[in-house]
Unconditional design. Structure first.
Length: 321
C-alpha cells in the first residue's frame, strides 16, 4: 500500500482522527450535558431512571458491504437499538458506539458508517455521545441506546392478559423480502431492497402506546412469531394472530410470486423491520396501530388462525442448529 493510499485508511488518520471525524461539527441535543471528549459523557435523566439496550452488528452476519452502503449499515445499527428503547414505552436520549475494524479499513467506509449513525440518531432526536474504537480482523459495530420513561412505568413483555387485543405498528416482512431478493443476486425492486438496508421503526409509537395503556410491548427484530413468543412466555398467555388482519402489500405479493415464496411467510417470520407489537385492553387501539389478533388463556404459545404455524421457523435464532 502506497503512502497516499494509506492516508485514506484508518491507519492513515489514526484513532483520534477517526474520533474527530465522528464528533466535529455534530450538534448534540439539549439532553446531552457533556458530549464526547472526556472520559465519559453526561446525559440528563430527569426521570431518575435510564432505559438501556445494546446490539452488536458483525460484518458477514448482520450486514454485507456489497449489499449495503456504509451509511445504511450505520442507520440500521442505530435503528435496532432505538426501536428497543421505544418498545419499552420510552423516548430515546443518546447513543454510544463501539467500532472495531482493520487498520486498512477505508476512511470513506468509516465516514459513511458515522454519517448513517448520526442521521438515524437525529431522526430520533438524540446524539451520539461517546464510544470506543478498537482493532479487529472483522468489522464490528456495537451500539448502546439510552432512553427516558418520562415518569411512566416501563411497558414490558410480561403484562399481557387474556381478553386483550394484540396490535402492530410499522411494517413487517419487507426486510425479509429484501434479503431474499439480495440473496438471489438482484438489487430490485428498490423499495423492498431498501427496506432491508434501512428499517423504518415507528419510534414515536412506543411512548404513544404506553400513554394509551399498552400492557405489553416488543420490538419485532427476529420475526413476528418468534418475538411474540417472548411475550407469550413472559405473560403466561396464548397469542392468536389473524392472518387476514394483514393488509398484504402488492409489492411483497409480486416479489413472492417471482421468488416462489408465500409473502405471508415473510410477514409472520421476517425480522429486522423493527415494527412494534403490543397488547391493549381494547377494543380500540391508538391511531396508526392495527389489531392483528387476541390474547387468550392457555399454555404460552403463538398461534396463527388458531393453529401452530407450520411454515418453518418463526424467526431468526443466531445459535439454532
Amino acid at each position: 500500500m502506497g503512502d497516499a493510499e494509506a492516508e485514506n485508511t484508518l491507519a492513515g488518520i489514526g484513532e483520534f482522527g477517526l474520533i474527530s471525524r465522528m464528533t466535529t461539527g455534530r450538534v448534540q441535543p439539549a439532553g446531552t450535558l457533556l458530549g464526547p471528549g472526556d472520559d465519559a459523557a453526561v446525559v440528563a435523566a430527569p426521570d431518575g431512571r435510564v432505559v438501556a439496550c445494546t446490539d452488536v452488528l458483525v460484518e458477514g452476519v448482520h450486514f454485507r458491504l456489497d449489499w449495503s452502503a456504509p451509511d445504511q449499515v450505520g442507520r440500521k445499527a442505530a435503528a435496532a437499538n432505538l426501536a428497543d428503547v421505544a418498545a419499552m414505552g420510552a423516548v430515546p436520549t443518546a447513543l454510544l458506539v463501539g467500532l472495531a475494524c482493520r487498520k486498512d479499513t477505508a476512511v470513506e467506509t468509516l465516514t459513511g458508517l458515522v454519517d448513517g449513525l448520526w442521521a438515524e440518531a437525529e431522526l430520533a432526536g438524540v446524539g451520539v455521545v461517546g464510544g470506543d474504537v478498537a482493532s479487529s480482523p472483522t468489522l464490528v459495530l456495537s451500539v448502546t441506546a439510552l432512553g427516558s420513561l418520562e415518569g411512566r412505568e416501563p411497558v414490558t413483555r410480561a403484562g399481557a392478559r387474556p381478553g386483550e387485543v394484540l396490535a402492530l405498528c410499522g411494517r413487517v416482512g419487507w426486510s425479509a423480502a429484501g434479503l431474499a431478493v439480495l440473496a438471489r443476486g438482484f438489487r430490485s425492486p428498490a423499495a423492498v431492497v431498501g427496506a432491508h438496508r434501512v428499517p423504518e421503526p415507528p419510534y414515536a409509537a412506543g411512548p404513544q402506546a404506553a400513554l394509551a395503556g399498552a400492557t405489553s410491548m416488543i420490538d419485532i427484530s427476529d420475526g413476528l412469531i418468534a418475538d411474540l413468543g417472548h411475550v407469550a412466555r413472559a405473560s403466561g398467555v396464548l397469542l392468536d394472530v389473524r392472518s387476514r388482519a394483514f393488509d398484504m402489500p402488492a409489492r411483497l405479493v409480486d416479489v413472492g410470486a417471482a421468488l416462489g415464496v408465500d409473502p405471508l411467510h415473510w410477514l409472520l417470520t421476517g425480522g429486522e423491520d423493527h415494527a412494534l407489537a403490543a397488547t391493549f385492553p381494547g377494543p380500540e387501539v391508538p391511531d396508526g396501530w392495527t389489531t392483528i389478533g387476541a390474547v387468550r388463556r392457555g399454555e404460552p404459545a403463538v398461534l396463527v388462525d388458531g393453529r401452530l404455524y407450520d411454515g418453518g421457523p418463526g424467526g431468526w435464532d443466531h445459535f439454532a442448529r
